[in-house]
Write a protein that binds this ligand. Sequence first.
Ligand code: S3P
Length: 171
Amino acid sequence: MNCEKRIVLTGFMGVGKSSVARHLAYLLRCEKIDLDNLIEGSEHRKIAEIIDADGEAIFRRIETENLKRALNKTNVRILSLGGGTWTQAENRELIRQHGMTTIWLESNFSHCWNNIRFSWKDRPLARNKRSAQKLFDARQELYCLADWHFIVKPDHTSFDVARQIAEEVFS
Ligand code: S3P
């Protein structure tokens, strides 16, 4: 397998980016970083606390700083983003400049929303269905800018998706 390639996983909240990244790192024996985890570690606060206390604009600044840190770790081959990271033009440019291959994990809104609803993770930008749906609709055209596009069906496990990516992108 070609483990030289470095990839970022993007896609809407609840699509399973972090789980797919974990399985992919296992399958490829590669280092991975989950950007939200990196942020929480460096800020010593949960993402929801940052957004609730400081607002989304400050969160985006912190996110971009941590994205730079993650991209500069050249041993890391797999990076799972937060759902909004890729929607920022500056972040897309940074990712391109670092030669990363981007993969959009796409699913329909009801699949993502079900995962959001039943998740332990507090997502301030998706606390109600209407605002989550609005964000989902607005972001589709930006996720489309990714290099690869994998459709995640509700009956696919995150391991299935990781295996498919390992075969198609890394073989
Ligand atoms: C966000 C997605 C979240 C997290 C933050 C904002 C977004 O990550 O970064 O709550 O704007 O879509 P997940 O996509 O991992 O839930």
